[in-house]
Write a protein that binds this ligand. Sequence first.
Ligand code: NAP
Length: 561
Amino acid sequence: MQDYSFDDVMKGRGSKDAPLDTLIVGAGMAGLYALYHMRERGLSAVVWEAGDGVGGTWHWNRYPGCRVDIESVEYCYSFSDELQQEWEWTERYAAQPELLRYFNHVADRFDLRPSIALNTRVESAIFDEASGLWKVTSENGDVAFARFCIMATGFLSAPNQPQFKGMEDFEGEQYHTAFWPREGVDFSGKRVAIIGTGSTAVQAIPLLAQQASHLTVFQRTPPFAVPLRNCEMPREYLEKVRAEYPEWRRREREESFGGWVAVNFEYADLVTKSALEVSEEERLALYEDRWKSGGLAMYNIYPDTVADPEANATITSFLQEKIRARVDDPEIAELLTPKGYPALTKRLCCDTNYYETYNRDNVTLVDISQDAIDHISKKGVVVAGKEYEVDAIVFATGFDALSGALLRFDIRGRDGVQLKDHWSDGARTALGLMASGFPNMFLLDGPGSPCPLFQPILLSEDQVRWVGDCISYLDGEGRSTIEPTSGFEDDWLDLCSTALNATLFPQANSWYVGANIEGKGPVGLAYFGGINNYWDHCRTSADNGYAGFTLGTKTASAMAK
Ligand code: NAP
């Protein structure tokens, strides 16, 4: 494996006189495929990547227990059947090192590396009206010009680091799970605090508890967690999926409610009935069956469990009972049992021995739902006047999702308008793919897209193809730019809000709706109207000459054709 520097990659490319066709920001799952696809179309493309390796999420998140909770056979690219056939997944749910190997393999197998500039964090992307080009500058001072800018910056990539008073005074070690040291951390014999109990913490806590002398968990909102039931990849299962991949991918794209839950050791059919239409016995039997099969299968049953409070109450109480049954101490069990928000509306966490970990003598749960963390002292974490002395603090406090990564650098569109100003009342896009006033800038897995409820690799593959088709259309028509009208953007935002408000998702303070970040939500940050409807909208627009978008004036040569 050879890594390429900025100079290697950019040799003579991307000057104002000879701009790139596409500059892609980010070499995670979406950016790698965007690079592959644009090249396949004969477009020049390079990727700028802040990290010193590819893989995005799986490059940065290396905390103990980090693994995907969508089945490995599903959580991978579909664009190359050879790749699907040859990659040997070793576990039902791949762990971070295997996922990182997979994305590195993709970079090598498709010879992507010579077009990826590592250690190249974008500082600004500015649309130059005179030339109609994007001028992209890195923090190292590198500059490139491109006709199209594709933001593959990730939807869970901007870590949320709450600023607690006194953090700088703490004499021990501090870690954020999204910036985990590559060499790992040895907590043997140490007293460790972890703040947060989302998907990340649920994975890390059981392993931290095994290593630390004592683990103190600071919980603001208890999650609903279900057993992941990871195991070695059964050979015959892998072979079966390989043989049936085209059909599986079709169903994943077309039939599943959310996408990520389509595959669960078999294709569990989506039940389209109401949870209230069936007898309690039948309903509980199905819940039990899905619970036993593990992972996110609980989503793929009775669609009204995410829309109707009464239907939801049936699954909420089922999951609450499952939690209580796993914890020995009834008081701790009650603290761990979520109440006050509907199950499924905060993303379901998938666990391996999470609740059993609280049965250990070296684990303390601190409920901070009423009394927030007051400050970090020299020696530990202080809540309601009580100091919890620790040697290390782990922040598992999540991400500024969807829009966060795009607001951490300077993006300016027409008239020098900054994206952060355009989005000052919340992120707004058309189809989750473009923002008005930002011509030729495409977003992958961005705000206004259905990515929180769909398998993000598949979504970005399909979005990349939409973008590729769009560029080909513009080139074919001799048009230099495309951007959504502000009216279309308003309509899309309304559609996102309407779809969101038809669900129970706004009832939980989650990253799905931006409510985990102060001042951000709940908002229609994503499209909750279903993947099929999403693609209907995208296709309808494209099939009608990109209805809802303004295309730049035809060039003289195009007019002459
Ligand atoms: P998260 O679900 O947003 O959880 C963050 C946790 O930190 C929450 O418990 C939150 O409490 C707490 N927190 C945040 N600020 C706090 C503060 N100031 N004081 C106290 N507690 C605070 O983030 P995450 O666990 O990193 O997961 C994010 C998403 O990444 C997941 O939903 C999932 O989509 C993805 N993910 C997937 C996997 C997987 O595939 N296995 C693994 C990890 C992550 P509140 O709930 O009260 O806000």
